[in-house]
Every structure is written in structure tokens, then in C-alpha cells.
Ligand binder design. Structure first.
Ligand code: HEM
Length: 150
């Protein structure tokens, strides 16, 4: 059973980081496109965020909590490698950034007209989204490196 949970844990990470890389490439490539396409790109990125990245981050977090409770009951946690704590902290904070900040920002961006008088708000939110995604992605990579060091 525990192997299944580790598999789910890793599949969640694949969804999270795979979706994040796809969204990043789409976002960067779209800057060379006509501004009329920005709204469609924001809607596509919101779909990637809500259907791939956020479920992946939630799966990593929930399966990680399951593994923690199952493998390190009670005082066993005190004997664990410090890399485990780094994975848990970086992974949990990264997942919360995705679920509590990047997901609502993506939804908001997909509803704002990038042209006309809402253009400055669109550009502000797009900048915020790229910062949030970089923070979450970096934390996910820190967690991955920590898992390799376990
Ligand atoms: C992006 C974030 C994360 C990544 C990439 C990641 C990656 C991994 C990997 C590769 C393993 C297997 C390690 C091995 O068997 O040698 C693992 C195990 C584990 N993960 Fe994560 N993890 C992440 C987040 C979390 C979080 C948020 C928690 C807890 C809140 C967590 C708790 C655990 C536990 C308890 C294990 C089992 C460790 C052991 O076998 O001793 N992980 N993780």
C-alpha cells in the first residue's frame, strides 16, 4: 500500500511540474503574439492551472501527509533525516502557494479583458502570476532535490 502512496506522491509532482512548465512556455511564447490573443492564452493557462497544476499540488500535499503519518508515527519523526523536513516544508509551502494564490490569480486573469481600461490590471496580475509560479516551482524543485538526498 505504501508503495502506491509513493507512486501517487510522484504522479502528483509530475502533474504539478509538468503543467507548470507547459504554462510557462505558453506564457513566454504568447508575448510575441498579438495582444488580441492574450485573453485566450490566459484562459488556456487558467485551464492548465485548475485541471493539472493545482490537482497535482493537492495530490503531493495530501499523499505527503499520508506518508508522514504512516512512515513516521509519533516520536519516529525525531530520528528522520533533515532532508525529509526540507522536502515537507518546501513542498507544503509550494503547494499552498499554488492552491491559495496562483489558482485564484489564474481564474481572475482569465476573466479580465487584457485590452481597454482593464489592461493595466491584466498586466499587473500577469506579472504577479509569473512571480507566484516561479516561487512555487522553485520550492517544488527544492523538495525534489531534498527527496533525492533522503
Ligand atoms: C514537490 C514536492 C515534493 C516532492 C518532489 C517530493 C518527492 C518525494 C520523493 C521522490 C519521495 C520518495 C523518496 C524515497 O523513497 O527515497 C518522497 C517521499 C516522501 N515524501 Fe515527499 N515530496 C514532496 C512533498 C512532500 C510533502 C509536502 C510532504 C509532507 C507534508 C512529503 C512527505 C514525504 C514522506 C513522509 C515521504 C516518505 C519518506 C521515506 O520513505 O522515508 N513530501 N517524496
Amino acid at each position: 500500500m505504501i508503495r502506491v502512496v509513493v507512486l501517487v506522491h510522484l504522479m502528483g509532482f509530475v502533474l504539478w511540474l509538468g503543467g507548470a512548465l507547459a504554462s510557462m512556455v505558453v506564457g513566454a511564447a504568447s508575448r510575441r503574439e498579438a495582444p488580441e490573443l492574450f485573453a485566450a492564452v490566459a484562459r488556456l493557462q487558467a485551464a492548465i492551472t485548475s485541471r493539472i497544476i493545482a490537482p497535482g499540488a493537492a495530490i503531493v500535499l495530501l499523499s505527503g501527509l499520508w506518508l508522514t503519518v504512516d512512515k513516521y508515527p509519533g516520536a519516529a519523526m525525531a530520528q528522520a533525516s533533515h532532508w525529509l523536513f526540507v522536502m515537507q516544508a518546501a513542498g507544503a509551502i509550494g503547494a499552498l502557494v499554488v492552491l491559495l494564490a496562483a489558482l485564484p490569480t489564474a481564474a481572475k486573469l482569465s476573466r479580465i479583458d487584457p485590452q481597454g481600461n482593464t489592461a493595466p490590471l491584466f498586466l499587473l496580475l500577469r506579472k504577479r502570476q509569473s512571480i507566484l509560479s516561479s516561487i512555487a516551482g522553485t520550492l517544488a524543485l527544492v523538495a525534489l532535490i531534498s527527496a533525492v538526498m533522503l
